[in-house]
Design a protein. Sequence first.
Length: 629
Amino acid sequence: MKRSQESPAPAAPSSLPPASKKLKVSPRESRGISTQDPQDVTGSSEDGWTKVEKRKAKKMKKVEGKFDASPPKFMYNKGELLKRREAIGISDIRDLVLHLAADAPPPGWVRVENPRSVQKVVALLIPGLTPDLLSLPPLPTSATSNPHLPLEIPLPRTDGPSTGVPFIAKTFSHACPTQAPGDQTRMHSVLSEFFQAPVSGEEKKRRILERVSSERSQEKSPLRYLLTTEQMLENDYPVPSYIAETFEKTEGWVETPKPSEESLTNKSLRIFAIDCEMCQTEDGKELARVCIIDYASGVVIYDKLVKPQKPVTDYLTRWSGITEEALRNVTTTFREVQSHVLALLSVSPTPVLLGHSLESDLKALKICHPRCIDTAVTYHHPRGRPLKPGLAWLTKKWCGREIQNRGEGGHDPEEDARACLDLLKKKADNGPGFGEFKVDFESIFERMSRARNGAVSSIVVDHGSPANWHGSKATTTIACKTDSEVLQGLLGAIPSHTFSFSRFTALADARGWITNRSNADTTVEAAPATPAPAPDLSGILATLDSQLKELYDSLPSRTAVIIFTGHSDPRHMAELNARKSAFETAIRSGKNPEELGDIKWTSADGRALEEEVGKAKRGLLFLGIKDPK
């Protein structure tokens, strides 16, 4: 039979085991039919059902029968894929989810037959699942083949023990190549790209009107720009343990007390602008100077040079403004400075800390604080997120003055802290839209909540604290510590939610792809160790295969299953980026090429980095529909 321009991505073969009876939702519950007490309903029959309800039940049964008779189906559009300059992106997967679960228009690269009959949507992110584990050739398959077309997945071997993840080959016929977001030298967050979507034209108009009304009616308080917990987590802030258990405090770290309930509504909170400067020591970067300015008065209330704990190897004068002479007779220790700042922030009501990329200052001080305002977040980069604007550029653009122009003399922390103070005052006076470039985004869960008259429910079952991060706008969240907990959470949640999202991370963790971001020394960008020999993944793969099969068997019929891997091995890319960063830091500090030693960066390294970034961005997508029972 001649292959059409649209290659199908069929659902599972009918030979798979039926869904688990224990997890099956009763027809009444799944169809939204409610029971009534006969005494409370006039005209009820003896069995407790009104005639109206019986007619509704009969009608719903007829509709369900029609849907089962014409089940949905995914069909890749080969013609559209051939026209694309790039592979399917994470944003394309996100838009497909919004088409199925909300109100987004249909995508061009895949056609969904009978989309109205889709009952549930389940999206799973499984990093670490690479082509070699599915007996697929590396991506792209060859220099002459189109790298964007779906690849046919070989069926599992029948002449010996199964390897890889047999469930994938038995359930999905094709794997579609994908590409993670980023530029030539960086890969951006897959999760941020998936969970944040541009707002629709109608919603954008509504937001503009709401913003204008808000700016007219609300007082010009700088407290409107306090970072949310989600923003702090997205920007790698060291958050206190009473907010979220996401940051592992090692020795030397402290946190300010939890704010009282009364102080949460206090409009007269003190605000302190802060800036820290660092120098390079034998143990990495250490605090060398801290300056704090009171927002209300503009007075410098604290300005101290700090004696590093370890011998200084580079004063980073060109950037820090710190010199050997300046630190020669300094006796103030890091602990003394940390204690002073901690005491300043521990009074009630809890003060607000203001800075530019403030997470770096908090890490330099080893302090976790819940109330922060960050000018790198409240103001936008011209090219939009995830890029952040520089402080010197912001001050020139919005305050009309130049800073950080002392050349080899380096930065002045008082000047930088005062720039943050002025930028916040400008923001407070002119409203939330000031300093923003109108590229409006929203969580996909906000989009879903407005669809179908509010009938779409969503859940995120994930590692860590999804309620404080990408799942903050979802209907429900479940925090997990293991993939087993993720599976159990999904099994109980899918029947009552329209859209479900989860990550299975054990495979990526076993392959060494996941590193702990909660590190006391995160101010130093160190190159990762050379990747260890490939571990034995047979046990991990067998467990993953079993978990996916159990989950799939439990799904209601006509559930759209979307599995994507996000990216490939990022370690070589990270190692090259760390080398590049170390070289650029050394050059900016004024070192001559002869003084760099083993720290070097060549044009060949640049080409290698671009190649490794391209490899790391590659991923796979699997689409399927659970067959009607």
